[in-house]
Design a protein around this ligand. Structure first.
Ligand code: NZQ
Ligand code: ZN
Length: 388
């Protein structure tokens, strides 16, 4: 390990089939007013809503329903939910859904009692939380973001064309998360695939940074191998429990801060992807897949040793008789072949991006300096152009 660090993850995880049965006990820890936060209605179609309502009722809770959280939750929805949480004196926000619902619940938890505009305070100025925080619990139904076990929250302001994510401290992490792989069987194919690439991107964006001998990078290689293996099974058979459960836990481990310990991280693909999201409302994971190959091929020569290691340890590239460059780029070719095999979006035009958006997307991409090359505005535009 290179850097010193502190590690603490306060989220209690209930993992496995029927783990919803632990919800009742958890609910005893909180007051009677529970805000049930969910998305556009998938939980009503797959039966999760009925199950959660039954448990809330038998626990004697007053249920404040907060439906309609959209993928890429907006500031307007945040304002509405924060007012509802405050007016109903909510004791617990129970987020039942994917990353969008979890992210939004966390944002509401710190905004309900915030005495200024939460968008300006938390997402533009990145100030700390000083007000009362409402506890959040999650029942996860969509896998990818890791939001169920971290302090991250991503909110979109379409008026300002900005999608901003940030990490909050341990007080904002969910207090508990219920992770039942069976709940993920009903995720639409497109969303499942987007989630798979979101996980991959989280891991490699932390991996492709620094050149120290770091345990975190060895963990990342193992997570990637598990993800590649299980995702190939899950796309063929979405109800393969073993594969879905491996993917679900890999997603949490990928972004619960574990694999970032003692090292730096890149995060440039996420910065570009989020900016694309602010312009197009495209599905998060697909904004990442569409730009990844152009980005990694651009930075590969600047981090050759690590890209070579990635090729050999993750993609089983045979290094014999090849130059470092040949090995590194062969690894990226293998990654691209895998992405095509899984069926990811590989072209930005499929997400509604047009050339006249390039400058705006580049302007909205926060430039990070943890990767092997710090991109200029023009280089971001070049990545976008090559990704069309
Ligand atoms: O809204 P409903 O009807 O529930 O449908 C959702 C939504 O349309 C559907 N869905 C979820 N679970 C389902 C299901 N449909 C059927 N069966 C189920 N079991 O899937 C769609 C997408 O859901 P969403 O929550 O938007 O997906 P995801 O989990 O990928 O979350 C994306 C959001 O998380 C942010 C992204 O930027 C984006 O805003 N991120 C959050 C991060 C974090 N907190 O650390 C990090 C990530 O990098 C990411 O940026
Ligand atoms: Zn992501």
């Amino acid at each position: 390990m290179t850097g010193n660090f502190e590690f603490f993850n306060p989220t209690r995880i209930y993992f496995g089939e029927n783990s919803i049965s632990y919800l009742e006990n958890e609910l005893k820890k909180y007051g009677e007013n529970v805000m049930l936060t969910y998305g556009g209605g998938s939980i009503k179609r797959n039966g999760i809503y009925d199950k959660v309502i039954e448990i809330l009722k038998s626990a004697g809770k007053n249920i404040v329903e907060d439906p309609g959280v959209m993928p890429n939750p907006t500031v307007e929805k945040l304002t509405e939910g924060s007012a509802a949480a405050r007016e109903n004196n909510v004791d617990l926000i129970l987020a039942v859904g994917g990353g969008s619902v979890c992210d939004y619940a966390k944002a509401v938890s710190i905004s309900a009692y915030c005495d200024e505009d939460p968008w300006e305070r938390y997402f533009v100025r990145m100030d700390d939380v000083t007000c009362k925080i409402i506890p959040v619990g999650c029942v996860l139904t969509m896998v990818g973001t890791g939001s169920e076990m971290n302090g991250g929250s991503v909110i979109t302001n379409y008026e300002q064309k900005l999608k901003i994510g940030r990490d909050f401290d341990e007080n904002v992490f969910p207090k508990f998360s219920v992770l039942d792989p069976v709940y993920t069987y009903s995720i639409p194919e497109y969303q499942m695939k987007a989630g798979i690439f979101d996980i991959m991107s989280h891991i490699i964006e932390q991996y492709f940074s620094g050149d120290d001998d770091n345990t975190s990078d060895y963990i990342s290689e193992g997570l990637l191998r598990s993800l590649i293996h299980s995702s190939r099974i899950a796309v063929k058979n979405p109800t393969d429990y073993e594969a879905r459960s491996n993917i679900m836990w890999t997603a949490s481990l990928a972004l619960n801060t574990l694999v970032a310990k003692g090292k730096t991280a890149d995060w440039m693909v996420h910065m570009i992807g989020q900016s694309i999201g602010a312009f197009t409302d495209a599905t998060h994971g697909m904004t990442l897949s569409a730009v990844s190959m152009a980005y990694y091929r651009m930075i590969c020569p600047h981090g050759l040793e690590k890209f070579k290691r990635y090729a050999v340890n993750v993609w089983d590239v045979d290094p014999s008789g090849k130059t470092d460059e040949e090995i590194a780029f062969e690894g990226l070719d293998s990654m691209e072949a895998y992405m095509n095999e899984i069926g990811l979006v590989m072209r930005l035009k499929e997400l509604g991006v047009t050339e006249d958006m390039f400058d705006g997307i580049a302007d909205g991409s926060f430039i990070m300096d943890g990767g092997y090359k710090t991109l200029t505005h023009e280089e971001i535009v070049e990545v976008l152009r090559k990704s069309m």
